[in-house]
Design a binder for this molecule. Structure first.
Ligand code: PHE
Ligand code: NA
Length: 566
């Protein structure tokens, strides 16, 4: 059973891990974050976070995963407990189940949009019908994608609940596909899918990027600017924003999300390795592949194509899903005959990237139920489906309360940072950096530079702590004022809650009715706040639920997982 599960081949493992990391984060979240945070200004904090935090955590998680797997644990409660002496570590590991499930609940929803869109594009859906007047064709071209978006999400202004039958059906199909693949197991399901999906994804991306970068403002009337302006915007280093912690926070958050670190997912995949299999080289390869698919491919698609028609400023103004799901398919219509295929390639690419990642969110929960409760794989997959449905229904039906963004913030950003801090402490300070290094080096096919020993032990935890603090506190004179007064030798100014981040979100500062709003509008906002409070209680409830499961699992067996020392 689960204990004997292994990856079938090295290639399969590498592709499955790449599939885990490469996801919507690369093609949707990265361009949006880069555009909102000043393009080249974003890239320096991004690269620094990659080196001092992303890569070390990637190695830590691979090493921990292989270690725990050797003792029969494939999810973070068991893995953490096998490395730390205190019994509390298994509860810290629960966070790794919570984030995976929480992220899956909204990630799968977007995944289902991608599936709907790619099928619809392939059937020629966004192309104006033959023989209509140019005006009608233009009206169709600009309206079709947004009409489709509203049709599958059911979204409407000022409506709290949005239900769309076609959208929900596609969502259910998508969940079903994931559960089916997971029920086939690690080698028989995940690995097989990754071997097909990853090469296809690359092919789709390269074709689309080449076509997009060939957009020529001289040769075509609709093309107003060179697509390279979009690429240069991200690639041209800009040092002016280095002192802006908001940019640092966004960059570090993106590194977590895109590498799938801080959530128990990498540990799980690595736990299906043998004790002597390499983790140093393959771990680095995962990070490197993801970065290639983000900084090169991810920045060569959405932004350059959109910029060539709309210009940089217009693109910066439209952040988020609108650009990818409404604007881009409209722009593809400029490609005439190639338009349906372009739409299919774009949304197909998103779907393939998404499914190989959503499988990676489901597997830790499956593994937990299989290892600690001896559930069969099929039973575990049914249980997983139940949990996902419970969480996903509010996400898919309540659009206006920002449940979606709220989940993304608490489980997709904040929890990752907390979890990462805990694991780096566990690895470098509790398990011990010397033993940790020895584990990392066992079977290693890459000689990791010794500098990473010190980075992992000192720089990474301090970096994460600073990020956490900056998300909660800010200088009362603002960060500009802070650096100015430090520079002028006036001492450290006083601090206050950073109202626009953690505390502000906690107190619903971003969900207040506008000043002088009518009573109806005020009630509407009150509803939104209530719903949000409710979904946070649901997340907290889930944490408690898993904690109870963890407590039961270990009391029933009446043994702690084998202690430290393999
Ligand atoms: N890294 C994935 C992405 O970039 C997201 C992910 C999160 C994957 C959690 C697995 C687990 O989209
Ligand atoms: Na990614």
């Amino acid at each position: 059973m689960a204990k004997n599960e292994r990856w079938a081949s090295r290639v399969g493992l590498v592709l499955a891990m790449a599939g885990n990391a490469v996801g919507l984060g690369n093609f949707l979240r990265f361009p949006a974050q880069a555009a909102q945070n000043g393009g080249g200004a974003f890239m320096i904090p991004y690269l620094v976070s990659l080196v001092v935090m992303g890569i070390p955590l990637m190695w830590i998680e691979w090493t921990m995963g292989r270690f725990g797997g050797g003792q029969g644990h494939h999810s973070t409660p068991g893995i953490f407990q096998s490395m730390g002496k205190s019994r509390l570590w298994k509860y810290a590991g629960v966070l790794g189940l919570l984030t995976c499930l929480g992220i899956a609940s909204y990630y799968l929803y977007i995944e289902s949009w991608c599936l709907s869109y790619s099928i619809y594009s392939l059937l020629g859906g966004f192309q104006p019908p033959e023989g209509v007047s140019p005006e009608d064709a233009a009206a169709f071209a600009s309206g079709a994608p947004s009409a489709f978006f509203n049709r599958i999400t059911g979204q409407q202004e000022n409506q709290i609940f949005a239900i769309s039958m076609p959208g929900l059906v596609m969502f259910a199909i998508c969940i079903g596909i994931n559960i089916f693949i997971l029920s086939r197991g690690v080698a028989g399901g995940i690995e097989v899918v990754a071997k097909v999906a990853m090469p296809l994804l690359l092919l789709f991306g390269v074709v689309l990027a080449v076509k997009g970068l060939m957009n020529d403002p001289v040769a075509e009337e609709a093309v107003k600017y060179s697509p390279w302006i979009g690429l240069n915007y991200v690639w041209e280093p800009d040092l002016t924003q280095l002192g802006n912690p908001a940019v640092w926070l966004a960059a570090a958050g993106q590194i977590f999300f895109t590498l799938s670190i801080g959530m128990g997912s990498i540990h799980c995949y690595a736990s299906y390795l043998r004790r002597k299999d390499d983790v140093a080289l393959t771990g680095a390869t995962t990070a490197w592949t993801n970065e290639l698919c983000e900084v090169v491919l991810g920045s060569a698609l959405l932004l350059p194509i959109a910029v060539s028609y709309l210009g940089l400023e217009a693109v910066q103004e439209q952040s988020g899903f609108g650009l990818a799901f409404m604007t881009l398919p409209t722009l593809f219509n400029n490609w005439g005959q190639f338009a349906p295929l372009a739409g299919f390639l774009w949304f197909g690419l998103l779907f393939l990237a998404a499914i190989t990642s959503s499988l990676a969110m489901g597997q830790p929960v499956m593994a937990f139920l299989e290892d600690e409760f001896k559930l069969s794989r099929v039973k575990a997959s049914w249980a997983l489906m139940g949990m996902i449905l419970l969480l996903a229904v509010p996400v898919a039906t309540i659009t206006q309360a920002g449940v979606f963004d709220d989940f993304d913030f608490w489980v997709g950003t904040f929890a990752l940072v907390v979890f990462a801090l805990l694991e780096v402490i566990l690895f470098a300070w509790v398990f011990g950096m010397d033993r940790g290094w020895e584990e990392l080096m066992r079977g290693a096919e890459l000689k990791v530079p010794r500098a990473f020993y010190y980075i992992t032990k000192y720089v990474t935890p301090v970096f994460i702590i600073v990020i956490l603090l900056a998300a909660v506190f800010k200088p009362s004179v603002g960060w500009d004022g802070f650096f100015r007064s430090i520079g002028a030798g006036e001492g450290i100014p006083s601090w206050e809650w950073a109202g626009d981040s953690v505390i502000g979100k906690l107190l619903h500062k971003d969900l207040q009715a506008p000043h002088g709003a009518s009573p109806e509008v005020a009630t509407y906002y009150q509803w939104l706040r209530m719903i949000r409070t409710f979904d946070r209680l649901a997340l907290a409830g889930l944490f408690l639920f898993f904690s109870v499961l963890v407590a039961i699992a270990w009391s029933r067996k009446n043994t702690q997982p084998k202690g430290t020392g393999a």
